[in-house]
Write a protein that binds this ligand. Structure first.
Ligand SMILES: CC(C)(COP(=O)(O)OP(=O)(O)OC[C@H]1O[C@@H](n2cnc3c(N)ncnc32)[C@H](O)[C@@H]1OP(=O)(O)O)[C@@H](O)C(=O)NCCC(=O)NCCS
Length: 207
């Protein structure tokens, strides 16, 4: 029998009660760049800065270009998060570093603009991304790497049932410094167990 191959390009993950995820499009530029500019102080302490970026590092226009270029390629999916009531974009999630073959793994990324924090929207959006990684992309492992002092992000993955795996030293350049990150993960088996126990948000709904 032919093995079931994962999809090469995926559909958007859809929506949960208060947010929806969709691939970014060119007409999102003004709204997203404006959101990033308003959120500069909130985001800069957590913003990845690859080598070669200028001293500023946080460049909303360049961020939007990269978002569009890598929104739906074999090794990466990026989504804008929209509130369902206002349709406003409140942030982004990504499923990056998708490695197939013996790994079937990926790395989660997410950020909320300043208007979207502290209201539970991001827990919904990240839950939807995780569900998409397992159910639609048929991955086996989802990882999130978080700086120990990033308390809101740590609380978010804990709420979803991720497990802590250990410290990766000087793991990613954040705001121009190599920073230690704690690796959190969820496997397909964890996800299915949590879903069957009703402990993973929106595992069954397509609202
Ligand atoms: C990490 C980040 C996405 C977390 O966002 P967040 O706003 O804390 O997450 P949520 O949207 O799920 O909101 C959860 C909070 O809203 C509160 N909340 C308020 N109303 C709520 C509601 N109706 N439903 C659920 N939660 C609600 C929760 O109690 C929780 O607060 P608590 O953590 O103090 O208990 C955000 O802080 C961020 O963008 N940081 C900068 C970028 C970043 O760090 N990215 C991750 C790098 S690893």
């Amino acid at each position: 029998m032919e093995p079931t191959l994962p999809p090469t390009r995926s559909k958007a993950p859809g929506s949960v009660p208060r947010v929806m995820l969709r691939h970014p499009v060119a007409r999102d530029r003004d709204e997203l760049v404006s959101l990033l500019n308003r959120s500069r102080d909130h985001l800069i302490p957590w913003w990845s800065t690859p080598r070669g970026l200028d001293a500023e590092g946080f460049d909303p226009c360049a961020t939007f270009e990269r978002l569009l270029e890598s929104a739906n390629i074999p090794m990466c999916e990026r989504f804008v998060i929209c509130r369902k009531d206002t349709r406003a974009i409140i942030g982004c999630t990504s499923i990056a570093n998708i490695v197939r073959g013996a790994f079937e793994s990926c790395t989660l990324g997410y950020w909320a603009g300043i208007d979207g924090v502290g209201q539970g929207f991001m827990t919904e959006a990240v839950a939807l991304s995780v569900r998409h990684a397992f159910r639609d992309l048929r991955l086996h492992r989802v990882e999130a790497n978080i700086m120990p002092r990033n308390v809101p992000s740590t609380l978010l993955v804990q709420r979803l049932g991720f497990r802590e795996e250990g410290l990766a030293r000087r793991f990613i350049r954040i705001n121009h410094q190599w920073e230690d990150h704690v690796r959190w993960s969820m496997t397909l088996e964890d996800f299915e167990r949590l879903a069957s126990q009703g402990q993973f948000p929106f595992a069954r709904t397509t609202a």
